[in-house]
Write a protein of this length. Structure first.
Length: 375
């Protein structure tokens, strides 16, 4: 439920009760991933767990939980007798846990996620009925807490399954940034929890305060990036020109980038199309651990750029990381179209995808994953 933290918190802060349906397991082909959530508050639907094909049944489940106060499990899948009424027409199955949002520790994790900070929560999805829906909240660097306590384990017939053991497994999963089901065992006794992890937002560094940068900032915002536009020219680098950016920095780009802590999920897009900026900043970017480094320009510009990088002493291995000319072949020409082209290449590179039309590929459309958005 961390992915819809802002919407859940808005409903809670308005005094409404909230039930949340969260995908705990995906079998076969399905449009959403483990950890995807949909909430219901005051008759309003928050989010989606299937792209539409099981939403009605999920709403019914949320209404039951709001009325009873008891968590419940559901499986939505394809059947020959009832393929479209409550099933996934794509042929997969979703296991879903539906719970009320109420634990103070859980709300604290939601607030951390909404603020873009690290957050984690584990929900009991299999085991004694009395424990279903109980939570263990965990944020990296904070103590673990929640509404699952040692007395609950004993009362449910799991006296030898310690809360410390559960916390250790949950904490390790959150530290790794994974969203997945985990099973904690102690002898013949087991408890299965869905661990949801929220990592701090990756950064998108856009170099060059140009119209392409403004369009890229707008298009990238829904993907969850923290966006910085950097340019050395104050007349161009203004907050008014880039309302979708989280910050606009007026500084020589290579010096700015050298002072940043760049992570392995960050993206650097050099759109300035000016060798005075491009070569120094690319020297910094290609030696960083950034997930993706790309630069705008023609093929002639690309060849000149590669030669200049070699002359600057950048290794062939580092140069091979450069996506240039940046973007996928979509026939893009406008800044807005080019932004889509650039982000398409970023996503394909991140996911190890070909970028080919799905109709030309064999196999499942939806790749197996254990994370809701990955990021």
């Amino acid at each position: 439920m961390l992915e819809i933290a802002e919407r859940v918190l808005a409903a809670l802060d308005a005094g409404r009760d909230v039930a949340v349906a969260t995908v705990t397991r995906v079998t076969g082909s399905a449009p959403r991933t483990v950890g995807t959530s949909m909430g219901l508050a005051g008759g309003q639907v928050l989010g989606s767990i299937s792209g539409g094909c099981v939403e009605g049944a999920a709403v019914d489940a949320c209404e039951r939980v709001l009325e009873s106060g008891e968590a419940e499990r559901n499986r939505f899948g394809f059947t020959d007798d009832d393929a479209f009424a409550v099933g996934l027409s794509c042929g997969g199955e979703l296991d879903v846990i539906v719970t009320l949002v109420g634990s103070p520790a859980l709300v604290a994790e939601l607030r951390a996620a909404a603020a873009g900070d690290e957050a984690g929560v584990a929900t009991v999805v299999d085991g004694p009925r009395a424990l279903l829906g109980r939570t263990v909240a965990a944020t990296v660097g904070r103590d673990l807490d929640g509404d699952l306590i040692a007395d609950d384990l004993a009362a449910a017939g799991l006296p030898s399954l310690s809360l410390d053991r559960i916390r250790a497994v949950v904490g390790a999963t959150v530290d790794a940034g994974r969203t997945d089901e985990v099973t904690v065992d102690c002898g013949d006794e087991t408890l299965t929890l869905l661990v949801e992890s929220h990592r701090a937002a990756p950064r998108l560094f856009v170099i060059g305060a140009v119209e392409f940068a403004a369009a890229l900032a707008v298009a990238a915002r829904p993907l969850g990036y923290r966006i910085t536009v950097c340019d050395a020219r104050p007349v161009f680098a203004t907050a008014e020109r880039f309302p979708a950016a989280d910050e606009v920095v007026t500084e020589w780009p290579s010096l700015y980038l050298a002072g940043q802590s760049i992570g392995p999920r960050d993206v650097i897009c050099v759109l300035s199309h000016d060798d005075r900026f491009d070569i120094p900043v690319l020297c910094e970017a290609l030696e960083s651990p950034a997930e993706f480094v790309g630069a705008l320009g023609s093929r002639r510009t690309h060849e000149r750029r590669i030669a200049a990088l070699r002359d600057a002493g950048v290794s062939g291995q580092a140069i091979a990381r450069l996506h240039s000319p940046i973007g996928m072949d979509l026939g893009a020409s406008t800044p807005e179209e080019t932004a889509v082209s650039i982000l398409a290449e970023v996503l394909a590179a991140r996911n190890g995808a070909s970028g080919a039309p799905l109709r030309d590929l064999d196999g499942a459309i939806h790749r197996p994953t254990t994370s809701a958005g990955a990021r």
